[in-house]
Design a protein around this ligand. Structure first.
Ligand SMILES: CC(C)(COP(=O)(O)OP(=O)(O)OC[C@H]1O[C@@H](n2cnc3c(N)ncnc32)[C@H](O)[C@@H]1OP(=O)(O)O)[C@@H](O)C(=O)NCCC(=O)NCCS
Length: 210
């Protein structure tokens, strides 16, 4: 899965080496880095960021694999405002994480929820994966709010991952429906009481609930 994904305001596409300066500003920012799991220091420079981007590229679009790392830009633009990813948590239990990060200047606009929702729809529709987890550091109020905005269900706290105490939220296919309808209403695709679907390829698959 490496085709670009569009949402009403955003585009998601695989990372490019040329994104290193923008990505360094995001992942090198202590306001972002302090909340990441595994715990890592802020990305120090563009060389280190480029290495990470090359690794992300190798992990994206592998046939049959739901995992991937996506740059978030404004729709049709090329200004990278953040990233969203699906990662194999490596437990052997089929645990996959949905993770999101934004440049602080882009917080407070609903971009993380919009991007993560679109990627979740694509993964849950086009792969055998039937649930995604979010791992949130305690006190990361904004990330927890985004998880709830996506319709994720609180599971509990665990130290199963990355040797950190983390709060776990879970998103199953059916959990997406209320969040998608809310988004549809917000995008003004509910017109005259009728659901006029702006992005059928995004919305309809999630409505096919087993
Ligand atoms: C986690 C993070 C992405 C959340 O950013 P965010 O902008 O708060 O996330 P959302 O997309 O859920 O946006 C919600 C905010 O946008 C506002 N908003 C504005 N327009 C909106 C719209 N059209 N739709 C939805 N929300 C909208 C909401 O009111 C809310 O603002 P508030 O918190 O001030 O009430 C950001 O804080 C971050 O990058 N943190 C560091 C990395 C991190 O913690 N990642 C998670 C663990 S991997």
């Amino acid at each position: 899965m490496d085709q670009p994904i569009t949402t009403p305001r955003l585009s998601l596409r695989p990372w490019r080496r040329a994104d290193a300066p923008a990505a360094t500003r995001i992942f090198g920012d202590p306001q972002v880095a302090r909340w990441l799991a595994p715990a890592l220091p802020p990305v120090p420079d563009e060389t280190e960021m480029t290495r990470t981007i090359v690794r992300w590229q190798a992990e994206t679009g592998v046939p049959g694999e739901p995992v991937g790392h996506w740059a978030i830009t404004s729709r049709g633009g090329d200004d990278v405002v953040g990233g969203v990813a699906v990662r194999d948590l490596g437990t052997g239990d089929g645990d996959y994480e949905l993770a999101w990060q934004l440049a602080p200047a882009a917080w407070g606009r609903g971009y993380a929820a919009e991007a993560a929702r679109a990627l979740a729809v694509a993964v849950l529709d086009r792969s055998p994966v039937d649930e995604l987890l979010a791992l949130v550091r305690p006190r990361n109020r904004r990330a927890a709010a985004t998880a709830r905005r996506l319709g994720m269900e609180w599971v509990g706290e665990t130290d199963k991952f990355h040797r950190l105490r983390l709060q776990v939220y879970r998103l199953r296919r059916a959990d997406l429906l209320p969040s998608l309808l809310k988004e549809a209403a917000r995008s003004r695709v509910l017109r005259d009481g009728q659901l006029a679907v702006a992005h059928p390829e995004d919305l309809l698959p999630a409505l096919r609930i087993p």
